[in-house]
Write a protein that binds this ligand. Structure first.
Ligand code: NDP
Ligand code: GDR
Length: 344
């Protein structure tokens, strides 16, 4: 019998990679999207699966909408990837962020409890819950200390998922995923902003990359690897939460330098703090500057995950390392710029 999966956040980065993985294994995939005024399936187009995913309308704020959908589709698995996922914007829209990222998850859990508690549920938890970290590396037992309305809302959702698992015996699991990136990453996130902007500089465009705090460190992996971890957690015999990370950490500055190198850009760094910048030696023009508007009211300075538990229990490990990720993203954006294709 064909397995049915419902993937919320299908128009996002992870939705596209997860849908492709499920389709490859013969699943019927319903992709849940909010109604938009323009078609926003470019990621599914990029992976060549737009006509294979059946799009349904869903908004995490609409309880009846969720209830009707789950009743009608009766999926065996629900992956909740939908969220207001940009940390920076969550400081400007804390209430909306909480409606979607916290209460939206509770709505889904209630719907599953009412329709069929046997439906397996995946919640997209995040390393942002560790925030101001209490130990390094961070593992499943590390205390949470979120630093943004986004992190606070995701922490509520994480505990709600755990509570439904314990109260109603549901196979409801959270993946505590560290940052994962790809050529399909949204342009406002720092890695993609770097690869897309420096690709334009390398192609001779008159563009400058403005960044906030470039001393912060992140544990960056490849999104295609991380959606496999989601599936393993949903398929596991025991419902358990896992940290998903590479265990390696780099600064934003290192990401910039590695991307420049991958693109053959020769940058000369000068100044420090707010005046630090990198000049393109070929043109003599600044290619990277510090712009205070990208600083956050509270920052998560450093993240490094310990994926030992998921490796031991489920055999998951990342296949793409930092250098491979940087090269993949730089090349994809350079090819897009050279071909005059949309950057999105
Ligand atoms: P994206 O921002 O690329 O995608 C988010 C998706 O959620 C989009 O499809 C968006 O739709 C949808 N969405 C937003 N608000 C609503 C709503 N109210 N109702 C229904 N859908 C909504 O995120 P990613 O793919 O990168 O991340 C997937 C999930 O994983 C998110 O929950 C994110 O918070 C979490 N996460 C991501 C990590 C990462 O490094 N990528 C790490 C840890 C957790 P639209 O296109 O209409 O905006
Ligand atoms: P993050 O990702 O906040 O970790 O959340 P993002 O790429 O936005 O920021 C990473 C770090 O880089 C610093 N930074 C900048 N960030 C952006 N976006 N733009 C800049 O110009 C810039 N300059 C410096 C940030 O301050 C931050 O420290 C992502 C999202 O996918 C979340 O949904 C997810 O939960 C976490 O990763 C894990």
């Amino acid at each position: 019998m064909t397995q049915i999966a419902l993937v919320t956040g299908i128009t996002g980065q992870d939705g596209a990679y997860l849908a492709r993985s499920l389709l490859n294994d013969g699943y019927k995939v319903y992709g849940a999207a909010r109604r938009a005024s323009t078609r926003n399936l470019w990621r599914l187009d990029d992976l060549g699966i737009a006509d294979k995913v059946e799009i349904v309308y869903l908004d995490l704020l609409e309880f009846t909408n969720l209830l009707d959908l789950v009743r009608r589709l009766r999926p065996a698995e629900i992956y909740n990837l939908a969220a207001q996922s940009f940390v920076g914007v969550s400081f400007e829209q804390p209430l909306y962020t909480s409606e979607a990222n916290a209460l939206g998850v509770l709505r889904l859990l209630e719907v599953i409890r009412a329709v069929d508690p046997k439906i397996r549920f995946y919640q997209a938890s995040t390393s942002e819950m560790f925030g101001m970290v209490h130990e390094t590396p961070q593992r499943e037992s590390t205390p949470f200390h979120p630093r943004s309305p986004y992190g606070v809302a995701k922490t509520f959702a994480h505990y709600a998922t755990q509570n439904y698992r314990e109260s109603w015996n549901m196979h409801a699991v959270s993946g505590i995923l560290f940052n994962h990136e790809s050529p399909l990453r949204g342009l406002e996130f720092v890695t993609r902003k770097i690869s897309a902007t420096l690709a334009q500089v390398a192609a001779g465009h008159d563009t400058v990359l403005g960044l906030g705090n470039i001393d912060v460190t992140r544990d960056w992996g490849f999104a295609g690897d991380y959606v496999e971890a989601m599936r393993m957690m949903v398929a596991a015999n025991t419902a358990r939460d896992y940290v998903v990370a590479t265990g390696q950490t780099h600064t934003v500055r290192e990401f910039v330098k590695a991307t420049a190198q991958a693109l053959g850009l020769d940058l000369a760094w000068e100044g420090d703090g707010a005046t630090e910048r990198a000049v393109n030696r070929k043109t003599g023009k600044p290619a990277v500057v510090i712009d205070a508007k990208f600083h956050r009211p509270a920052e998560v300075f450093s993240l490094q995950g310990d994926p030992a538990r998921i490796r031991a229990d489920l055999g998951w490990k990342p296949r793409v390392d930092f250098a491979g990720l940087v090269e993949m993203m730089a090349k994809a954006d350079f090819d897009r710029v050279k071909a005059g294709r949309a950057i999105y």
